[in-house]
Write a protein that binds this ligand. Structure first.
Ligand code: UDP
Ligand code: MN
Length: 296
């Protein structure tokens, strides 16, 4: 049996919770084969995590890209909801990357929370906008984040926080189970099966969702460098991974196992409908508007 606490990298004294079996879910997989916790509602005491991370001095940089039409469509709701639910009580800085800084909405921020807007170029293909985030994140971790924050979390903008997204997710290297694949057999995972791509993989552990990844700044730097290097190598060979940055992310986490895995409660799509094992919604996919947003 693996409780969240017994596999915790923070090495808490967890004998109390563990012996009482208070924080345990028997209806879902709570531990990876390499003994990293998979975090589900009911597996942790939020207050203890918050206290611990305050004591440790944890602080979080959140990166989010809002380029082209995605800015007006999503950024306001993303940031407003994040102010209600993301890492309350810890120092947080939003790093907003956009091609139109003047259109970033003014949001009232809580204490110890700040926002930086960084102008980036707009690639013409949406695939490149998505993939090139890896390079931009790596650069800003190196030039800025690593001097000010212990952890980094990277988010797609087309989502809305609806529940606590707190310090229980902080770990060395953090991946998210994709809501559409977590209950399916490997056979269905959409890894890149093209042997010409650096993202090629035959089998893996899980299918991870690139909409959220994070960890210590060091781990995020390593992840983004790996993905960017492989994306560029593919470009030189005139290939593109089937799901772009997500394919490379899956390859990275296959080779470098995450130390913490988030259940799909951390990024759910209500289109999927009711699932008994999804006990809470912490973040929901916003409505996709590909026809409107992805046209050149
Ligand atoms: N993105 C953007 N402008 C674009 C395309 C993508 O800002 O024109 C950013 C945005 O943060 C978005 C992320 O890249 O959430 C990934 O793209 P998208 O959400 O469309 O991918 P999907 O979730 O459908 O895989
Ligand atoms: Mn998205």
């Amino acid at each position: 049996k693996c409780t969240l606490e017994s596999a915790n990298e923070l090495n808490l004294d967890v004998s109390v919770d563990a012996s009482l079996s208070l924080w345990y879910r028997s209806d879902v997989q709570t531990c990876t084969p390499w003994r990293a916790p998979i975090i589900w509602e009911g597996m942790f005491d939020p207050e203890r995590y918050d206290k611990l991370h305050k004591t440790e001095g944890s602080s979080v940089a959140l990166t989010v890209f809002a380029i082209g039409r995605y800015l007006d469509a999503y950024l306001g709701n993303f940031l407003r909801s994040s102010e209600q639910h993301f890492m309350l009580g810890l120092p947080v800085c939003y790093y907003v990357f956009t091609d139109a800084p003047e259109r970033v909405p003014l949001i009232k921020l809580g204490p110890q929370r700040s926002l930086k807007v960084i102008k980036v170029a707009k690639h013409s293909r949406w695939q490149d906008i998505s993939m090139m985030r890896m390079k931009t994140i790596s650069d800003v971790v190196e030039s800025d984040i690593r001097h000010h924050f212990t952890h980094v979390f990277c988010f797609d903008v087309d989502q809305v926080f609806t529940g606590r997204f707190g310090s229980e997710v902080l770990g060395d290297s953090v991946a998210l189970l994709h809501a559409y694949y977590y209950h399916l057999d490997q056979y269905w995972y959409t890894y890149d099966r093209n042997q010409k791509s650096t993202a090629y993989m035959e089998s893996g552990d899980f299918y991870y969702h690139a909409a959220i990844f994070g960890g210590t700044w060091k781990s995020v730097k390593a992840l983004t460098d790996f993905c960017y290097k492989n994306i560029m190598e593919d470009k030189q060979n005139n290939v593109e991974a089937v799901w772009h940055d997500e394919s490379h992310l899956n390859k990275y986490f296959w080779l470098h196992k995450p130390s913490r895995v988030l259940s799909p409660e951390y990024c759910w799509d209500t289109e999927i409908g009711y699932r008994r094992d999804i006990r809470t919604h912490r973040l929901l996919w916003a409505t996709k508007q590909y026809d409107k947003l992805r046209r050149p």
